[in-house]
Design a binder for this molecule. Sequence first.
Ligand code: ADP
Length: 174
Amino acid sequence: MDITLVMGDITMQEVDAVVNAANSSLMGGAGVDGAIHERGGPAILEECRRLRDTRYAEGLPTGQAVATTAGLLPATWVIHTVGPVHSREEDRSELLASCYRESLKVADELGVHVVAFPAISTGLFGWPMDDAARIALGAVSAAETSVREARFVLFGAPAYAVFTDALMKFPRKS
Ligand code: ADP
């Protein structure tokens, strides 16, 4: 699998699936979530609402993932996943890794090959970017998946620099 890094806005990515850093209500929010719903239009929220009324009455659990249409976005699907809020008391890195693994699993179920990820949990959920980058790259590169490109879409130069550095240090399988 190719792991690629781009600086930009995830809502502009022409990929099979974009991953949304959602919250468990699936009802939208700020950051990536807000941008995806704003650009993607009401069809996404409509499907999210249906999922909440059926499979996820208690909300989408942290670390899990589910797909909807991408509405008006240039992608085909949105894969919603709920990142863990960062904690200094408790190690939640396994839950953050799970977001990436479960998103790739959903991509495999959809039969798609190019998936764009934001830096999950590094916004409102407070995860330090360097730690989040290490966990994200570790989870994606270790995953057994048919996805051919995992594209990290970093929002601004600082995030892009941190991911570039983490990827350089990363022991890659050839
Ligand atoms: P979380 O609640 O999981 O922390 P956020 O959406 O608040 O999610 O932020 C996750 C990361 O995505 C942050 O690093 C933020 O700067 C970045 N981000 C915000 N908007 C976009 C966007 N349109 N495209 C890509 N990344 C974005």
